[in-house]
Design a protein around this ligand. Structure first.
Ligand code: ADP
Ligand code: MG
Length: 257
């Protein structure tokens, strides 16, 4: 059986304010899910909890990844176990090229698995990187750019997708809400996900915007509202959202404060 990320009745708070109020969601290898919902519904909070961000306190529930308790794992261990969070390295690192950064990431993993490992050889790494860039139709010169330095929204996304292609995670979480949301960036993410999707990759795309679904066809669509997933369905739910927006969900589920 493939890997799975199982979120069970998850409750989480920020600054003692409850945000997530019982989230249930399972993403399996080979599946593409979209998590949608109005601004402030808790989507990024979920992503931050999955990442292990210290500002977010888990107050109840469980997250199981590959049969293990994800909440007991450090962000590094989560990544090594095959969980990829797109916004894990949002900073720019002056003087470090994207290629260097990716090679270091691969080496860190190899050394974590085997302390005697010397890491990937340069020719081997070059071959790997070229193959991934060709698959993603990226210009090879892109890997020589300094990481995130002066990157446009679209280029940041390109770097993110290349990182994902290179690390070959089992489950990838992409939070698209706060990042450069021009149509170019959206297209880069969508085309990347479409190229990388397959039986070995599970994806959770988190987005406020229905339009990403014009590019990525998820098998499953979920809508978050007030820290809970209130609707789940297939592509038809996405179409419904595109036509009617979130108002009908707000009316159906909002509880007076
Ligand atoms: P979404 O991504 O769905 O727009 P968020 O998870 O970003 O929603 O936010 C959900 C709620 O949690 C909002 O009310 C927001 O103000 C609050 N929140 C999120 N992160 C923080 C934080 N670091 N500090 C304080 N409040 C936060
Ligand atoms: Mg968000």
């Amino acid at each position: 059986m493939g890997a799975a990320l199982e979120i069970r009745n998850l409750h989480a708070s920020v600054e003692d304010k409850p945000i997530l109020r019982g989230v249930n969601l399972t993403v399996k290898q080979g599946e593409v899910h979209a998590l949608m919902g109005p601004n402030g519904s808790g989507k990024s909070t979920l992503a931050n909890v999955l990442l292990g961000h210290p500002a977010y306190q888990v107050t109840g529930g469980q997250i199981i990844f590959e049969g293990e308790d994800l909440l007991e794992m450090s962000p590094d261990e989560r990544s090594r176990a095959g969980l990829f969070l797109a916004f894990q390295y949002p900073v720019s690192i002056p003087g470090v090229t994207l290629a260097n950064f990716l090679r270091q990431a691969i080496n860190a993993r190899m050394k974590a698995k085997d302390p005697d490992s010397k890491g990937i050889s340069i020719p081997e790494f070059r071959r790997l990187l070229r193959a991934k860039m060709d698959m993603l139709q990226m210009d090879h010169s892109f890997a020589g750019r300094y990481l995130n330095e002066g990157f446009s929204g679209g280029e940041k996304k390109r770097a993110e997708i290349l990182q994902m292609a290179t690390l070959e995670p089992r489950i990838a979480i992409l939070d698209e809400t706060d990042s450069g949301l021009d149509i170019d960036a959206l297209r880069v993410v969508s085309e990347g996900v479409n190229k990388l999707r397959g039986p070995n990759l599970g994806v959770l795309v988190i987005t406020h915007y229905q339009r990403i679904l014009n590019y990525i066809q998820p098998q499953f669509v979920h809508v978050m509202m007030n820290g809970q997933i209130v609707e789940s369905g297939g592509a038809e739910l996405a179409l419904h959202l595109e036509e009617r927006g979130y108002d009908w969900i707000r009316e159906k589920y909002s509880t007076p404060e």
